[in-house]
Design a protein around this ligand. Structure first.
Ligand code: ADP
Ligand code: MG
Length: 369
C-alpha cells in the first residue's frame, strides 16, 4: 500500500503560542521524506498532526488527494513509530505485534501471516515469545517497527525512532530502515534532529526551524546548494566554516571579498551584484593547507584529529574565528604552528546579512560543467 500526501498552509497553536507557521509540502507516493531540525522546532507536532493525534489550527492535510482533517487517526491508514517504543510490557512480542490487528477484528489466519512476515523481515522470529523487558533496546525498536509493519499502513511515520540507541546500533537500524523502505516501497516520513540520519535516509529532506520550512531538497542538493546560513550550518559534519568579510568589488563576473581575518578571496558570481558585508561559507573539504606563497590567509593549528582515513585540523584565525579543515588521509600537522590556507574558490558560498545565499550556486555549477 502506498500513498502521497500534501500539507497546505498548516498552522498550529497551543493556546496563544503559534508553533507551526504555515507549512506547505507535497510528498510523492513511495517517497522517503525526512523532517530535520533542532529540538523544539515542531517536528513531532507536525508528524502528530499528519497522524491525526493532534488537531490542526488551520490548513489542510491531504492523503491521496483527499482532505483528512476530520478523519480520526485510526481511519487514516497510517502507522507511527515512537522514540519511546511504547510497547505493552505485559504482552509477549507476538502479542504486541498482533494486538492492534485483533482489536481491528482481522481474520486469525491473516494476523498470523502478517506477524510471521513482519518477524521475518525484522529478524525477530526467535524473540516472539519474550516480553519487552527481556529485550535489548535495539530489539525493542525492531518490535515497535514490526507493530507498524503488520498494519500494512499507507504511510509510515517515524518520530526519532533511533534516538535511544547507541551509535553502533543507530547505524545498523538506519541501514535496516533503508532496506525496509526498498522492500516495501511505502511512503515513509521520518523525523530526526540528526542531520546524518537525514542525509543517509532521505529521498528528500525538509529542514525545519522554529515552525518554518527553511529548505526542501535531496540530501546533496541541500549540501551543495544551501539557500541560507541555517541550512548551510545544519547540513554537513564537520559543519561549514563561516568567515566574515566584505565585497570590495565586482569585475567580469567575479566578486572580490576582503576577509575580516585578512586576505582576499575571489568568487565567480551570477547576475546578482553582492556588495557590503557578507559571510563566506566554505566546507572543511574545500580548504587546503599550503605554504605561505599560495595562501589566501593563515591560521594557527590548535587541534588535529587523526581518524585514519581523514584528518580534521582545527585552526584559530587572526580574527578569532575558528576554521576546520578536512584533509584526506593521514596528514602530519604541527600543533601551534602557523599554516597557509588555500580555498577552492568555486566552492565558496556567500550569504548576505540576513543569511540568504547571494549566489545561485546551482546555476554556477552548471556553467562550470
Ligand atoms: P520537536 O519535535 O521538533 O522537538 P515539538 O513538536 O515537540 O518539537 O514542539 C514544538 C514546540 O511546540 C515546542 O516549543 C514545544 O514546547 C511546543 N509544544 C509541543 N507540544 C505542546 C503542547 N501539548 N502544549 C504546548 N506546547 C507544546
Ligand atoms: Mg520531537
Amino acid at each position: 500500500m502506498m500513498a502521497s500526501f500534501e500539507l497546505r498552509q498548516i498552522f498550529k497553536r497551543f493556546g496563544p503560542v503559534e508553533v507551526i507557521h504555515g507549512i506547505d509540502l507535497d510528498i510523492a507516493d513511495g517517497e522517503f521524506v525526512v523532517f530535520v531540525g533542532p529540538s523544539g522546532c515542531g517536528k513531532s507536532t507536525l508528524l502528530r498532526m499528519i497522524a491525526g493525534l493532534e488537531g490542526i489550527t488551520a490548513g489542510e492535510i491531504l492523503i491521496d488527494g483527499e482532505v483528512v482533517n476530520d478523519v480520526p487517526a485510526v481511519k487514516r491508514g497510517l502507522a507511527m513509530v515512537f522514540q519511546s517504543y511504547a510497547l505493552y510490557p505485559h504482552m509477549s512480542v507476538r502479542k504486541n505485534l498482533s494486538f492492534g490487528l485483533e482489536t481491528m477484528r482481522a481474520p486469525k489466519h491473516e494476523i498470523k501471516e502478517r506477524v510471521a512476515q513482519a518477524a521475518e523481515i525484522l529478524q525477530i522470529e526467535e524473540l516472539l515469545d519474550r516480553r519487552p523487558g527481556q529485550l535489548s533496546g535495539g530489539q525493542r525498536q525492531r518490535v515497535a517497527i514490526g507493530r507498524a509493519i503488520v498494519r500494512e499502513p499507507k504511510i509510515f511515520l517515524f518520530d526519532e525512532p533511533l534516538s535511544n540507541l547507541d551509535a553502533e546500533l543507530r547505524m545498523q537500524m538506519r541501514v535496516e530502515i533503508n532496506k525496509l523502505h526498498r522492500r516495501l516501497g511505502t511512503t515513509m516520513t521520518f523525523v530526526t534532529h540528526d542531520q546524518v540520519e537525514a542525509m543517509t535516509l532521505a529521498d528528500r529532506i525538509v529542514v525545519l526551524r522554529a515552525g518554518v520550512v527553511e529548505q526542501v531538497g535531496t540530501p546533496l542538493d541541500l549540501y551543495n546548494h544551501p539557500a541560507n546560513l541555517f541550512v548551510a550550518g545544519f547540513i554537513g559534519s564537520p559543519r561549514m566554516n563561516f568567515l566574515e568579510g566584505a565585497v570590495t568589488g565586482v569585475e567580469s563576473g567575479v566578486a572580490e571579498i576582503a576577509l575580516k581575518t585578512g586576505g582576499t578571496l575571489r568568487r565567480r558570481i551570477d547576475g546578482r551584484q553582492p556588495s557590503g558585508d557578507v559571510t563566506v561559507g566554505v566546507r572543511p573539504e574545500a580548504i587546503m593547507l599550503t605554504d605561505a606563497t599560495e595562501a589566501a590567509t593563515t591560521g594557527e593549528v590548535q587541534i588535529a584529529e587523526q581518524l585514519g582515513g581523514e584528518t580534521f585540523v582545527y585552526l584559530g584565525l587572526t580574527s578569532g574565528e575558528p576554521l576546520t579543515v578536512e584533509i584526506k588521509g593521514q596528514a602530519q600537522v604541527k600543533l601551534t604552528s602557523t599554516v597557509g590556507l588555500k580555498f577552492d574558490e568555486d566552492a565558496l558560498h556567500l550569504f548576505d546579512s540576513d543569511g540568504r545565499s547571494l549566489i545561485d550556486t546551482r546555476a554556477m555549477a552548471t556553467a562550470a560543467a
